[in-house]
Design a protein around this ligand. Structure first.
Ligand SMILES: C[S@@+](CC[C@H](N)C(=O)[O-])C[C@H]1O[C@@H](n2cnc3c(N)ncnc32)[C@H](O)[C@@H]1O
Length: 238
């Protein structure tokens, strides 16, 4: 996650995503190079904002628990997928305590290696560590109750994000949920040259979700984050 002030560009630049699509190879390889140099720590995962990890995880837990439990329409607790998992910050404190099995997928092998120790005893319930870019990743059909996608959609082009979300929908179990939790821009699409990502305004994220054939069933803003960082929104989709 990056502070707004690091991004340099505040204004809406709606042509930017198509520029990126033309230079897709470097958009992805520059991001890989960036993350390869980041320390495999909570602070590294959060761009120096490690201190907000607990607020984030408590907010996520309250959000997710609305959908779990017994009864008609409730989401199961068998298996979750942590997308752009990094060292497993979310798996450790949110997903492993709630789900029997958790799979992690991330493009940075060093982070997944770190996760194997960072997750401790509970890491024994990790089913798979997939080292793969989400743009190329096809989750197993019908495997997941929850697919958690946090602070990583900005690393995908629009078309790759739509296609990935479609594959995620096919990977859900009955009553399964896809959760996107991410920064949202004030307006338009704001590129970040440092980590080779973009930050989209909420309306654009909603539009891409719709193009993937998904429906937003609940949406919240994460409160109590520092004022200088982007607003963070959580969307539950199915
Ligand atoms: C800001 S960190 C967030 C990590 C984790 N989601 C969290 O909240 O602690 C972004 C993560 O996305 C991964 N990443 C970047 N581009 C990716 C891609 N195309 N596919 C999968 N993972 C990617 C990075 O390696 C890094 O672990």
């Amino acid at each position: 996650m990056r502070a707004q002030t690091n991004c340099g560009i505040w204004c809406c630049d709606k042509t930017r995503m198509s520029d990126i699509a033309e230079d897709e190879t470097s958009f992805y390889s520059n991001a890989e190079d960036y993350w390869r140099d980041v320390s495999p720590t909570v602070d590294g995962m959060l761009g120096g904002y490690g201190s907000i990890s607990s607020i984030d995880l408590n907010g996520s837990k309250a959000f997710l628990q609305k959908f779990l439990g017994e009864g008609e329409g409730k989401t199961g607790t068998g298996c979750a997928l942590d997308c752009g998992a990094g060292i497993g910050r979310i798996s450790k404190r949110l997903l492993l305590p709630l789900f029997h099995t958790v799979d992690l997928v991330d493009v940075t092998q060093e982070f997944l290696d770190k996760a194997k120790t960072y997750l401790g005893q509970d890491g024994q319930r990790v089913g798979n560590y997939f080292c793969c870019g989400l743009q190329d990743f096809a989750p197993e059909k019908g495997r997941y109750d929850v697919i958690w996608i946090q602070w990583v959609i900005g690393h995908l082009t629009d078309s790759h994000l739509v296609e990935f979300l479609r594959r995620c929908q096919s990977a859900l179990r009955p009553n399964g949920l896809i959760i996107i939790k991410d920064n949202v821009a004030y307006e338009g699409v704001v590129p970040d040259e440092v980590d080779s990502s973009v930050c989209r305004e909420l309306g654009i994220v909603r539009k891409l979700v719709g193009q993937a054939g998904l429906r937003i069933i609940h949406e919240e803003q994460q409160m109590n984050f520092p004022k200088e960082i982007y607003q963070v929104h959580t969307l539950a989709l199915r």
